[in-house]
Design a protein around this ligand. Structure first.
Ligand SMILES: C[S@@+](CC[C@H](N)C(=O)[O-])C[C@H]1O[C@@H](n2cnc3c(N)ncnc32)[C@H](O)[C@@H]1O
Length: 324
């Protein structure tokens, strides 16, 4: 549920209330100048939540500052929804293949809202040291709140760190994983770091979005329309200049000297009613002419009537061992 924290106007000498308060609304004194940072506004707002997060202490000294948060807002909602989808089949098969033993430490680089950390915490029930690291302090705060609400926070150490320069010694963890993060930064630096902090004989698992494979759009489109919607970069997110979002992931891992490399591309379907299928459709419609868009809507309506409409996103997944 959304959480609402308020910092009442310090210049008016009012008191401050804080901490997660599910399903609450805070009153703003009429005399307080107010400033709203709204993660729900997403890309239409001036800053993303991760960008305005560092500004909050300064804003709070002068303004009544209201912070909306929770699992229904912004990228948290999107990550949490993905964490209830077929994406978890990839996560669970990775975790199964990693065969994490009691007592082993596990690092997730780019833990986001904590979907994978919570799954790990449920599986390991306190028997392992779980370390979630991310650069985004907004997501880390939400990850802690979601884990606390699930009764799992005691088992997870969430903290701020970049995957490009992990503040961990060489060989610090038994198992390291990262999912849909290495697209967003310098992939070779992040790969070198995740290998460095894994102990000899430890296991590493990486998942990235696959921009070199088409999405599967489950509509019987005519060939011209299919070619248009299957064109590269019509659907999906961007990739940083040095990010990895293709099958070069497998080669890069082999070049780092990892052994027992298992490579398995996967498709994850999203279905009507999900935020992602709406987003993908908006991206597709932006690439179509009005006539093509009308045809698209007819195909979608027919497929929704018979319950066969879905769009599946491709991912590259790999597991390997650091030779000991
Ligand atoms: C798409 S989310 C994936 C979150 C999570 N792994 C999951 O599967 O739900 C990508 C995450 O990577 C984080 N990230 C991006 N660049 C990073 C970096 N250099 N170091 C650590 N985290 C990073 C983002 O802040 C975001 O939380």
């Amino acid at each position: 549920m959304p959480r609402c924290r308020s910092f009442t106007d310090r210049s008016s000498g009012s008191s401050t209330s804080g901490g997660p308060a599910p399903q609450t609304r805070n009153e703003i004194p009429a005399s307080s100048p107010s400033f709203a940072c709204n993660p729900a506004a997403g890309s239409s707002s001036l800053c993303s939540p991760g960008q305005w997060e560092p500004l909050i202490p300064a804003l709070s000294t002068r303004y009544c500052t209201i912070i909306l948060g929770g699992a229904l807002f912004s990228s948290v909602a999107s990550l949490e929804e993905r964490g209830r989808s077929g994406y978890m089949n990839i996560v669970r098969s990775l975790l199964d293949a990693l065969a994490i033993q009691p007592g082993e430490s596990v690092l997730e680089v780019g833990c986001g809202s904590g979907v994978i950390m919570r799954e790990l915490a449920r599986r390991t029930a306190g028997a392992n040291h779980l370390i979630g690291r991310d650069v985004n302090t907004y997501l880390l705060r939400e990850a802690r709140a979601l884990a606390r609400r699930a009764g799992l926070l005691d088992h997870i150490d969430f903290g701020e760190a970049s995957g490009e320069a992990l503040p961990l010694p060489d060989g610090a963890v038994d198992v390291a994983l990262s999912s849909t993060v290495f697209e967003e930064g310098d992939a070779d630096r992040m790969l070198a770091e995740i290998v460095r902090v894994t102990r000899l004989g430890g296991r590493i698992a990486i998942v990235v979005r696959a921009v070199d494979m088409p999405f599967w759009i489950n509509l019987p489109l005519d060939s011209a329309l299919k070619a248009k919607v299957d064109a590269p970069n019509v659907i999906g997110g961007g990739v940083a200049p040095n990010g990895v979002a293709d099958a070069s992931l497998y080669r890069r891992l082999a070049e780092l000297g990892l052994t027992g490399l298992k490579c398995f591309p996967q498709l994850v379907p999203v279905v009507p009613g999900s935020e992602r299928i709406e987003r993908y459709q908006q991206q597709i419609l932006a690439a179509l002419t009005p006539a093509e868009a009308a045809t698209w809507h007819r195909y979608v309506a027919a497929a929704e009537r018979d319950g066969t409409f879905f769009i599946a996103q491709p991912y590259h997944c790999a597991i390997a061992t650091k030779p000991g």
